[in-house]
Each structure stands twice: as C-alpha cells, then as structure tokens.
Design a protein. Structure first.
Length: 283
C-alpha cells in the first residue's frame, strides 16, 4: 500500500513541498512542474523518493497494524465484544490513536525527504551555499549539527497533523465504504468503490490539516540554514509576513495527490490483506 502511494503520488508531493516552502518562486502547479522538469528532468519529480518510500512503507505498516490494536482498544473503552463491528466514528477514533505510533517512524524520514525535495530552492534563495544530494549525506549533516534527536525536528508539527488528520482519514474512508456498501458487508466491495473511498479519505485528511503540514514543511526545510522557530513561532511568522493564504501554498498538487495516491493505497491494502488472510487460512 505504501509503495503504491509513493509511486503514484511522489511528483505531486515534490511540487507540494517546494510550493509550501518557497511560494513566491512558483505561480502555480503547472509553473512548478515545468521548472522541476527544466532543472532536473523527469527524475526531479522523484527527488526524495527513497526516504519517501521508506517512510510510507514503515508508516503504513505500523499505522494499519496499530489500527487493528486501537480498534480493540476502542471496543474495550465502549464496552463491546471484540468481534463487534465498530461504527464509522469509532473507526475514525481508532485511526487517530494509531497515527501517534506511526508518527515516530514517519518524522525522521519526512525530514530527509522534505530537505532533498527543497534543496535546489534553498541554494537558489541563498539560504545555504551547498546542498546535499543523497539521503545519507542529509542524515549525516543533521546528526553532525544537531545530534540524533535532530532527525525529530518538526515532531510536534507531525503529531498535530497526524492525530486529527487520521481521524478524518479513516472516518472518511469508512463513511464512504458504508455509503457504497448500502447494507451489504463492506468486505464485498469491488475495486472502484474502494478506490473512491480511499481517495475520499485522503482528501478529508489533507483538507483538515493542510496549514499544519505547511508549517511542518517550513520547519523541516528552513532549519537547514540554522535555528528555526517552533510550530507557533513559524505559524505566526507566515501569517504576519505572507498572509493566511500562504498556509495553503501547494494545495492543488496536494489534493490531486491525496485522491489518487490514497485511492491506490487503500486498494493495495485491502487486496493484499485479503490475499494474506487466504494464505493464512489455507495453512
């Protein structure tokens, strides 16, 4: 699921990070795509894809594993049997709890990914003289300057994004599946309803938390040039100097990515889960 999400969504994610951190350099998504291609060719769209792949595989593996455990936790809290089907709202709460665990894995890889994606702009703006072009060179630079905990720069922003975001993510997904199931078991849904449900869930997540993600990207990228303010400091600076709309820079590629990438994520997840369950049942 995580692999499908990165392969389809990475070009849009690259545009998102660039537009979030340097909004004045780009007139819109088309201008951003053209400049990326001119600067680095097709591979420029997949800059930072290695840490993104690691991040998505690790995050979604832990997220969906934790989701199952957190569903059981919610059942205990509400006092129902462990086989009882949860409501869409209860599933949303379970997803929100689960995201706290996946964030611990996501934060370091997200930091490296964002820095690689915006390295060209950091050099172009004069904020750094020479950048790093590989995953390991970025990791080495962070550890040398800030120690191992430097990889967790932006952790509070990640948590502020993930915990409420995944409430809407799983809530939107389950609500959409309920709509398409129309009284039938959700497990019987075909690929089209699953794609639409996954896309709807992803869209709900990003609409709800996009300004938080914008602040997170600024913190993780601009901290390359020296000490960066925390979440509230960065948020206030953006609003004062650039206006509220700056918090929504790069929203267009994000929403495109949110729908197509999460549609692929949930389709891959549901079918791989069913395949694994069949393999287990046959043993």
């Amino acid at each position: 699921g995580g692999t499908a999400c990165v392969v389809i969504g990475q070009p849009f994610d690259t545009a998102k990070v660039k537009m979030q951190t340097f909004p004045k350099m780009y007139k819109g998504i088309v201008d951003c795509f053209v400049k990326i291609y001119k600067q680095a060719g097709f591979r420029g769209f997949y800059r930072g894809s290695s840490p993104a792949l690691v991040a998505n595989i690790a995050e979604n593996s832990i997220l969906f594993m934790s989701y199952g455990f957190c569903q059981q936790l919610v059942r205990r809290i509400v006092g129902v049997d462990r086989k009882t089907k949860l409501s869409d709202l209860q599933n949303a709460a379970a997803g929100s709890f689960a995201s706290g665990f996946s964030t611990l894995v996501l934060c370091p890889t997200e930091l490296v990914k964002c820095r690689l994606q915006a390295m060209h702009e950091m050099q172009l703006s004069g904020k750094i003289i020479q950048g790093h072009n590989t995953v390991w060179s970025v990791v080495k630079d962070v550890v040398q300057k800030d120690g191992p905990l430097g990889l967790y720069r932006g952790l509070s922003s990640n948590l502020l994004r993930e915990v409420p975001g995944y409430f809407f993510f799983f809530g939107g997904y389950e609500l959409s599946r309920t709509f398409f199931a129309a009284g039938r078991p959700k497990d019987e849904l075909g690929p089209i309803p699953l794609l639409l449900s996954g896309g709807f869930g992803g869209s709900c997540l990003w609409i709800a938390v996009y300004p938080v993600d914008c602040v997170k990207s600024r913190i993780q990228v601009l901290s390359m040039a020296g000490k960066q303010a925390g979440f509230m400091g960065t948020f206030v600076t953006i609003v004062r100097t650039e206006g509220v709309l700056a918090l929504y820079s790069g929203l267009t590629p994000t929403m495109i990515r949110a729908f197509v990438a999460n549609a692929a994520l949930f389709l891959a997840y549901e079918y791989s889960r069913k395949l694994m369950m069949k393999q287990i049942a046959s043993v």
